[in-house]
Design a protein around this ligand. Structure first.
Ligand SMILES: [Zn+2]
Length: 265
């Protein structure tokens, strides 16, 4: 079954993972800029990371026949030092026109602090200035609902088109809020913590199959780069037909990503 991995942190994965994803039917991988498993000590560290995302990782993915795209930003986890974050933001214009860049992301909130929110709003201004879609990270656990509300308020204040924004890591208590306000919603699948495949399908059954995607994050922690493909199998076990499954794992991300002029498969 063909599918798109719309949110995978491939810089932390091995070539074996690329091979497995290619064999499972992955037609494209989109990699948001995020925390790399450690705090970078300098702005130069981000410069190198943006080069990795825009040059090296697409070449690595191409060896397995998978187109690789990316989103650019400084993530909220490393945005607490606003001066440092602004220096990183100043690098984005140099990379924004690279041929595989999709937009600004994954921006958002981690601990819902004032500084994180300020840097979030500055990213949104960059997205507006360069007419870019946005991919958003919402905080985990008890900070998620409050953080999601803060993010939606900030986006409304900035008057950006919600149909060009995907708010990721939604769960049962935030999916409705995101979708009802006209945004796209993403569900992040993890084998142990957060959203398991079975729980994600329950969420689809409660909130519908429109304007929603699933991703595996496949990052530096315990995560499964095949989580989307495994969830498609799980949907089959629940007797969803092939076209419904393909709509969720392939057509929906493709539809959202058509907002990004550089996205081509
Ligand atoms: Zn992520």
């Amino acid at each position: 079954m063909k599918y798109i991995e719309p949110h995978g942190h491939m810089v932390s994965r091995t070539t074996d993972d690329y091979q497995k994803m290619a064999m499972a039917g992955c037609e494209a991988i989109c990699e948001p800029a995020f925390w790399a498993g450690y705090d970078r000590a300098s702005v130069q560290g981000f410069y190198d990371y943006f080069r990795q995302l825009t040059e090296y990782e697409p070449a690595r993915a191409a060896k397995f026949g998978i187109p690789h795209f990316c989103w650019l930003c400084i993530n909220p986890k490393e945005s607490e030092d606003a001066g440092f974050a602004r220096e990183v933001l100043s690098l984005i214009p140099e990379f924004i026109d690279k041929p595989t860049v999709l937009g600004i992301g994954e921006i958002g909130l981690n601990k819902n602090t004032k500084n994180e929110l300020a840097i979030f709003e500055e990213h949104v201004e960059i997205a507006k200035k360069y007419d870019q879609p946005i991919l958003i990270h919402t905080p985990h656990l008890e900070d998620k609902l409050k953080g999601t509300k803060l993010i939606i308020d900030a986006l409304k204040n900035a008057q950006v088109d919600p149909s060009r924004i995907v708010i990721d890591h939604v769960e049962e208590h935030t999916a409705g809020l995101v979708l009802d306000n006209g945004f796209w919603a993403g569900m992040t699948l993890y084998p142990e913590s957060k959203c398991t495949p079975a729980r994600a399908i329950d969420i689809l059954e409660n909130f519908g199959m429109e304007n929603i995607w699933m991703n595996s994050a496949c990052d530096w922690g315990i995560s499964d780069p095949l989580a989307v493909a495994k969830t498609a199998l799980e949907m089959g076990k629940r007797h969803y037909d092939k076209s419904t499954i393909e709509r969720v794992v392939y057509q929906n991300p493709k539809t959202f990503l058509s907002n990004c002029p550089n996205f081509k498969i």
